[in-house]
Design a protein around this ligand. Structure first.
Ligand code: NAI
Ligand code: NAD
Ligand code: ISE
Length: 337
């Protein structure tokens, strides 16, 4: 069976996901697309030579009888609306992160999915599908470094556009760590504080950059995450786990080591598309397989909600400068894995 996909949002990642679902992965076909910039939607359909209908808006894609499942890759503020509409239509939906802009918005999705009675939502948290993060988790689970005590992490982008603001460092960027560190440590956050070092000259008036986010988890692990989205030199994701008997570090992406011109060098990637290219393939193939089988298993609406509860506390901590509590309600039995 071929899963017929409708894609809402044909910007950077929308085009990447359409390409991979059409040219790389098995078992799916993109039959409908939409973007508020209709030319962008038409452009990708024609460049890839797809037989896909271009709709004027996302709700028409969701309603189309030709569409079995949805991929939501439009701007962050639109995710909640389209995901709720997909649930109302009873169609599986892969929604890019963040699931919604606030925990309240994610909770509406969780409640709608529980009321529907079956999982229909997978959130685009791809790092748990990344081979490096999986290897790091195996080291912890196999007890090779004892219990984790501290984590030092960094999320660095070379540059961001002018419309990227201080809050987006949390809701759009740190949201990946908010998810993957829960998964990695099998723990939840207890408190958070955000501190602002001296800002880089490369930022603008509405973005404080870099930021350092400090967590304590329920088990007492201390985590520091540096978010630096105008770091200039590359796209660089770091994660180091300090355990009782050893230290484990996220592997660097493979790169040829060169001795040349009196230097020893390896390349640092500059684009998130390349850094996690394999993980995006694996997460979407899993969505296609699971939606076809009628049972989603990837990052759930609850995972999206848990990350957003932590994100809301981070936003509060950005404003207050104080240590803020992260209060995640107990997970409903519906999401027990
Ligand atoms: P983008 O700005 O390149 O694309 C967003 C697209 O959504 C634009 O083409 C815009 O016209 C369209 N759009 C906005 N509102 C719409 C609506 N109501 N209906 C239809 N289309 C609409 O942004 P980008 O980088 O592709 O990001 C899109 C989403 O993907 C964001 O939510 C972002 O957080 C997420 N993302 C996830 C990544 C990951 O690693 N998982 C990486 C990059 C982005
Ligand atoms: P983008 O700005 O390049 O693309 C967003 C697109 O959405 C644009 O083309 C815009 O026109 C369209 N859009 C906005 N509102 C819309 C609407 N109501 N209906 C239809 N289309 C609409 O952004 P992007 O980098 O592609 O990011 C898109 C989403 O993917 C974001 O939510 C982002 O957080 C997420 N993302 C995730 C990752 C990841 O690593 N998982 C990476 C990049 C982006
Ligand atoms: C982008 O939306 C992503 O999701 C990337 O993975 C992240 O590194 C970047 O900071 C976001 O803007």
């Amino acid at each position: 069976m071929t899963l017929k996909l409708g894609v809402i949002g044909t910007g950077a990642i929308g085009q990447e996901h359409i390409r991979r679902c059409s040219k790389v992965l098995q078992g799916a076909k993109v039959v409908a697309v939409s973007d508020i910039n209709t030319e962008s939607a038409k452009g990708i359909v024609s460049r890839l030579g797809l037989e896909a209908e271009v709709f004027a808006n996302g709700h028409e894609v969701i309603a189309s009888s030709a569409v079995d499942a949805l991929i939501v890759t439009s701007w962050d503020p639109t995710h909640e609306e389209f995901t709720l509409a997909a649930i109302a239509a009873g169609k599986p939906v892969f929604c890019e992160k963040p699931l919604a802009l606030s925990a309240e918005g994610c909770r509406r999705i969780v409640d709608a999915e529980i009321a529907y009675g079956k999982r229909l939502v997978q959130v685009g948290f791809m790092r748990p599908y990344d081979a490096g993060y999986r290897a790091l988790k195996k080291v912890i689970v196999d007890d090779e470094i004892g219990e984790p005590l501290m984590l030092h992490c960094a999320h660095r982008n070379p540059t961001v556009p002018e419309n990227y603001t201080t809050d987006m460092a949390i809701t759009n960027t740190l949201i990946h760590e908010l998810d993957v560190l829960r998964w990695l440590t099998e723990d939840d956050y207890k408190t958070v504080q955000v501190v602002f070092p001296r800002s880089t000259k490369k930022t603008h008036a509405r973005l404080r950059d870099p930021q350092v986010v400090l967590f304590e988890t329920q088990k007492g692990i201390r985590i520091d995450v540096e978010i630096f989205v105008n770091c200039a030199y590359g796209y660089d994701i770091q994660c180091e786990v300090i355990g009782e008997t050893g230290i484990a570090k996220l592997p660097e992406p493979a790169s040829v080591q060169m001795r040349k011109d009196a230097k020893l060098a390896t390349t640092i990637l500059t684009d998130w598309k390349d850094r996690f290219i394999d993980a995006y393939d694996v997460e979407l193939q899993a969505f296609i397989n699971d939606a076809t089988a009628g049972e989603l298993q990837g990052p759930s609406a609850w995972d999206g909600y848990a990350a957003s509860v932590a994100a809301d506390a981070c936003l509060k901590a950005q404003e207050s400068g104080a240590i803020e509590a992260v209060e995640l309600p107990p997970r409903p039995a519906f999401y027990n894995r």
